[in-house]
Write a protein that binds this ligand. Structure first.
Ligand code: IPD
Length: 271
């Protein structure tokens, strides 16, 4: 992989995520107009759309032929598309953003020939940015500077703090609730913070030990999954398959196999 290209993509992803974060904080109108998407709970705000348009404009001004996969529908409109794809969630945690809950992020994953090379998850109100570069590592960037992250290990399910999230589809929500109930006596506790991208980075940072969710989309997990892997953690999905829209699992390597088995067995019962 050409190192100068990766460096360029890394700095563009970082700069764009941080500038988008500023826009989302500073330009938030008093009355945020809200529309619904797949269900009553699946919302999009005017700021999701404005932020995604801003991201696409920033990237295109430097790399006009790159391809986009954006939550709010951005695709490629170049006749000569490049091999670089930007997987973008302008606000991961839109419900939190609407409610002024501070856990939301700008998530940007960059794929070259379909392999994720760079992941940036920027959480403006936490004052943190999580950066991952394939083969190079995972980094926490905050007011103290840039620090390389190595995941911490726990080895028992009983000590595992689990992050999770709920799909916007009613039936999937109920099934997910059943799975949580089933495993609730085998793990330490659960956290539902409201941004899948941040949840994944929390696994990499060792602030939680494991994460699972069903019904995600690539823009929710592309950047965060690279962060987990580059921090030394593991990700997966259905048995024998990588993390996917159907099932996303991540954990520190000490507990991954036991946790993934537990989730897959219970997933099978309800889905
Ligand atoms: C959502 C968040 C949430 C997760 C949902 C996602 P959005 O993304 O990541 O934590 O539970 O499944 O759809 O809609 O806020 O970009």
């Amino acid at each position: 992989m050409e190192q100068s290209l990766i460096k360029q993509l890394e700095s563009m992803a970082l700069e764009t995520a941080e500038a988008t974060g500023k826009l989302l904080v500073n330009d938030r109108p008093k009355d945020l107009s809200v529309a619904t998407k797949t269900s009553e709970t699946d919302i999009v705000t005017a700021m999701d759309k404005a932020a995604e348009a801003f991201i696409v404009e920033q990237i295109k001004s430097q790399r006009p032929h790159d391809v986009f996969l954006g939550e709010e529908g951005s695709v490629n409109n170049s006749n000569t598309p490049s091999n670089v794809k930007w997987v973008v969630d302008p606000i991961d945690g839109t419900v939190n953003y609407l409610h002024r809950h501070p856990i939301w992020s700008v998530s940007i994953g960059v794929k070259v020939d379909n392999v994720t090379q760079v992941g940036v998850v920027h959480a403006p109100l936490l004052g943190e940015t999580y950066l991952a570069v394939k083969g190079e590592g995972a980094y926490l960037i905050n007011q103290l500077g840039k620090q390389k992250i190595q995941i911490t290990r726990n080895t028992t399910l009983a000590h595992t703090l689990v992050a999770t999230g709920f799909s916007y589809e009613k039936e999937k929500r109920k099934k997910h609730g059943q799975v949580i109930l089933e495993i609730s006596d085998q793990v330490r506790d659960f956290r539902r913070d409201g941004s899948a991208a941040i949840d994944l980075c929390m696994v990499g940072l060792g602030r939680v030990d494991a994460y699972f969710e069903t019904g995600l989309h690539p823009w929710d997990y592309t950047a965060g999954a690279l962060f987990v892997e580059e921090a030394g953690g593991k990700t997966g999905g259905l048995p024998g398959a990588p993390l996917s829209d159907e099932l996303a699992i991540a954990a520190n390597p000490g507990v991954f196999d036991d946790f993934a088995t537990l989730i897959r067995e219970n997933y099978k019962k309800y889905y």
